[in-house]
Design a protein around this ligand. Structure first.
Ligand SMILES: C[S@@+](CC[C@H](N)C(=O)[O-])C[C@H]1O[C@@H](n2cnc3c(N)ncnc32)[C@H](O)[C@@H]1O
Length: 251
């Protein structure tokens, strides 16, 4: 009994030392972010759309971009994915992810890499997860273009913070130069630019409304197949009609 308590104390201390955590994982009974401002995140979000991912991924390959502590990375491996890779630009989160993977005994790989560098993976994946990252980027369309071009073989699981109107209005193919009113419609695709901070986070740059999210996905060659939960989309790779190279210096 005493030994068990000691083991738990050691685990709690290790988890604390690896913090602060954004994702609230359950590692052998210890929660990593029990006081998360969004609640039990991202578990509660996952509950809302997990039915749209097959319970048996049958060996399909998965790339989790902006994997953080690996919540979705590990969930996909639990669902019998084959090769599973998580990338994140932040080494703190990758240390957490490696620890969580080690404790779970699941065979996944983590690499420190920015979404702007995915070409260096030189590999395509059946399912690419891109959850909660787009609004943290100064170059959101570039990131989507690069994912389309270099790593998405088939499906993209996507989520983005949204603000503004939740309706999607009709947009015409073209408007005359003299047309102004359409831009004032709440349902027109809009990206709100955050110059300073939103929710105390200086890395929140562009917050789209729902119409903008859907239009950006289409524009970057991702056809929405289902929208199982607010902000969450499962897309199929579609044709896009232009190629994109990242401008020099963008990482
Ligand atoms: C809000 S968290 C989302 C984490 C996880 N995908 C989820 O949905 O719970 C955003 C994550 O994106 C990562 N990130 C931010 N910019 C990135 C970039 N340029 N390339 C890769 N990851 C990035 C952050 O380090 C962080 O782990």
């Amino acid at each position: 009994m005493g030994e068990l308590t000691d083991d738990r104390k050691i685990l709690e201390a290790r988890i604390e030392a690896l913090g602060p955590w954004f994702q609230n994982l359950d590692i052998n009974g210890v929660k990593t972010a029990p006081n998360h401002f969004l609640g039990d995140y991202p578990s509660f979000k996952w509950q809302g759309f997990k039915e749209s991912i097959p319970e048996d991924l049958g060996g399909r390959s998965v790339l989790d971009v902006g994997c953080n502590a690996g919540f979705y990375t590990l969930e996909m491996k639990r669902r019998n994915a084959g090769r599973v890779v998580g990338i994140d630009s932040d080494p703190l989160y990758l240390r957490q992810a490696r620890f969580a993977a080690e404790r779970s005994g699941l065979d996944v790989e983590f690499r420190q890499m920015s979404v702007y560098d995915v070409e260096k993976l030189a590999e395509k994946f059946d399912l690419v997860i891109f959850m909660g990252v787009l609004y943290h980027l100064r170059h959101p369309l570039l990131a989507l273009d690069l994912l389309h071009e270099h790593v998405v073989a088939d499906q993209l699981l996507f989520q983005c913070l949204q603000r503004g109107d939740e309706r999607v209005g009709d947009v015409e193919e073209d408007y005359d130069f003299s047309e102004w009113a359409v831009f004032d419609r709440a349902t027109y695709p809009k990206l709100f630019f955050v110059e300073n901070r939103y929710a105390s986070d200086p890395t929140n740059w562009f917050v789209p409304n729902r119409a903008a999210v859907e239009a950006m996905l289409r524009s970057c060659g991702f056809a929405v197949e289902c929208h199982p939960e607010r902000e969450v989309y499962l897309c199929r790779r579609a044709e896009r009609h232009y190629a994109v190279e990242p401008p020099p210096g963008i990482r």
